[in-house]
Design a protein around this ligand. Structure first.
Ligand code: ADP
Ligand code: MG
Length: 255
């Protein structure tokens, strides 16, 4: 069975020193599904995303991404890190977009988008440039390829960041509060690109405070608080009719 575009986490735990940040997190994202993670600041949302793309290692639990044990394999009751090369291959199939864009400031938009294919995939420069142009057009930035990040608005930079992630042809896209650093009038243009991606069947896992967007595009919502997956289920149910008191209190505050 082809498990591309799937994420399965079972009893995922992660501590920083003595501070346990993820406590037995369960999460399943099916191929093509849009899942949103909501919750107060400090609840572990970014850490969960960072574990799923290998920026952090997990301490315990199962993490399968694209149908493979991710980052480590469990054998003889112990965890063994996968070879660095294998981890790099696994990570290359996951796109991530950060709140602060994280573009290379000394590279043009086009070079930013080309960087992954050329440096990581060793893809031909001309073909990578052509692909970068197409992707920039797709995110509404045709003709902006020669500009540097500082010459672009926040919304434009974030769209370059999305194009850069897509250039690696990922099976999964992770977004960590992609619109939180934007001026309000720039939020819509980024959400429009994400809506388009969602409509095209990309598996997406998204940390967001945009409840309207979550309600509109998400299949499932996970509410986290204090490192715990408090409530998970159908997006309309969790957002419209939450079962748990903590979810209710959070939604009352943010809506
Ligand atoms: P959220 O994204 O929900 O705001 P985070 O995952 O960023 O939450 O953080 C969860 C908790 O983990 C916070 O208490 C934060 O201070 C702590 N934390 C996050 N990253 C680190 C780190 N690299 N070292 C130590 N503590 C961290
Ligand atoms: Mg965060």
């Amino acid at each position: 069975m082809n498990a591309d575009g799937t994420i399965v986490a079972r009893k995922l735990c992660k501590s920083f020193g003595r501070h346990q940040v993820l406590r037995d997190i369960d999460l399943t994202v099916a191929a093509g599904e849009i899942s949103c993670i909501i919750g107060p600041s400090g609840s572990g949302k970014s850490t969960l995303l960072r574990c799923i793309n290998g920026l952090e290692t997990v301490d315990r639990g199962v993490l399968r991404v694209n149908g493979e044990d991710f980052g480590y394999v469990e054998k003889d009751d112990a965890y063994h890190a996968v070879r660095p090369k294998r981890l790099a291959e696994q990570r290359a199939r996951i796109g991530m977009v950060f709140q602060q864009f994280n573009l290379f400031p000394n590279m043009t938009a086009e070079s930013n988008v080309m960087s992954g294919p050329v440096l990581v995939k060793k893809k031909d420069r001309a073909a990578s440039r052509e692909q970068a142009r197409e992707l920039l057009a797709k995110v509404g930035l045709e003709g902006c390829g020669h500009k540097y990040p500082a010459q672009l608005s926040g919304g434009q930079q974030q769209r370059v960041a999305i194009a850069r992630a897509l250039a690696m042809e990922p099976t999964i896209m992770l977004f960590d509060e992609p619109t939180s650093a934007l001026d309000p009038e720039r939020v819509g243009e980024v959400l429009a690109v994400m809506r388009d991606l969602a409509g095209n069947g990309m598996t997406m896992l998204l940390v967001t405070h945009e409840m309207g967007f979550a309600r509109e595009v998400a299949d499932e919502v996970l509410f986290m608080d204090g490192g715990i997956a408090v409530e998970r289920g159908d997006a309309r149910e969790v957002l419209g009719n939450p079962r748990e008191k903590r979810t209710q209190a959070f939604l009352e505050r943010v809506l």
